[in-house]
Design a protein around this ligand. Structure first.
Ligand code: NAP
Length: 269
């Protein structure tokens, strides 16, 4: 189900952040913008002059707090509820973007779930389907729909896929289905980049390592952050801010010759 909360300061009918010409504000859609890495990305993008569409699954309170912080700097922010395990959620998010009259410049495919820790023996088909639906199929559909709009607008754009070092490490004994879902996302980055480069649409990714967010510190994480941090060459867990810095740089014009690439943001692990 998707519900939308418009920015309270939005003028009805105003085309937020989408005017043509130099100095125009760009619009970014950040999925999973309510917490962790997505929230940090949203706040950094707002600081760089973007207007925003943020999605959340169930934490409306957290999403509204992030939106409020972004608005302090002048960003116009829409908050949209979307559970990507539900069929049709990506289409509903993009319909909300269209309804608001927004021209997307940037999609950050960040929302994701980490299934309970366990071995392959614990992975039921239902669990695997949910993991792949949220972490892979929804980002694919979001990218497909966003790129169609960027293509129509003819001004280029960027898609950033938030993968994981698990894609390369395999997730043995913890979450092989999650690792698979992120490896497939890496393939999307390479494959889609090859299709849309000629339209000045770049597709890039980041592979975060061990990052201190709810995903790793919550009760379901089984203390993995503390257990694994000793194996990080840089000697600490990453922060959501560390990952957001990389995402915002990849999304910026400073990275205009980078596409089809996924950057490890992992302290060397
Ligand atoms: P987080 O703090 O747990 O936040 C997850 C975000 O995704 C929240 O905004 C949440 O919304 C949203 N979300 C969760 N399930 C969803 C669903 N079914 N449909 C739509 N949205 C959903 O996680 P994080 O650590 O910031 O992770 C962000 C991304 O980085 C994920 O793709 C994750 O796989 C990736 N990553 C994280 C780490 C790490 O160590 N933390 C490492 C590698 C990769 P609500 O707030 O409404 O629940």
């Amino acid at each position: 189900m998707v519900t939308q909360h418009a920015a309270p300061d939005e003028v009805e009918g105003q085309k937020v952040g989408a005017a043509d010409g130099a100095g125009a504000r760009r619009v970014a859609l950040v999925t999973g913008g309510s917490r962790g890495i997505g929230a940090a990305v949203a706040e950094q993008l707002a600081g760089h002059g973007y207007d925003l569409v943020l999605t959340y699954a169930s934490r409306a309170d957290a999403a509204e707090q992030v939106a409020a912080r972004c608005r302090l700097g002048g960003a116009l922010v829409h908050v949209v509820q979307a559970d990507f395990s539900v069929a049709g959620a990506p289409g509903a998010v993009l319909a909300a973007v269209d309804e608001a009259g927004l021209d997307l410049h940037l999609l950050v495919n960040n929302a994701g779930l980490l299934p309970p820790l366990g071995s392959v023996a614990d992975i039921t088909p239902e669990r695997a389907l949910r993991t792949l639906t949220v972490n892979t199929l929804a980002p694919l559909e979001m990218a497909r729909l966003a790129v169609a709009r960027m293509r129509l607008a003819g001004r280029g754009g960027v898609v950033v896929n938030v993968s994981s070092r698990a894609a390369v490490r395999g997730g043995s004994g913890e979450f092989v289905d999650y690792a698979m879902s992120k490896a497939a996302l890496d393939s999307l980055t390479v494959g889609l980049a090859g299709e849309v480069g000629a339209e000045n649409i770049r597709v890039v990714g980041v592979r975060p390592g061990l990052i201190a967010t709810d995903m790793n510190t919550g009760p379901a994480a089984g203390g993995r952050l503390a257990r694994l941090v000793t194996g990080v060459p840089l000697g600490r867990a990453g922060t959501a801010h560390d990952v957001a810095e990389a995402i915002c740089w990849l999304a910026s014009d400073a990275a205009s010759y980078i596409t089809g690439a996924t950057l490890d943001v992992s302290g060397g692990r």
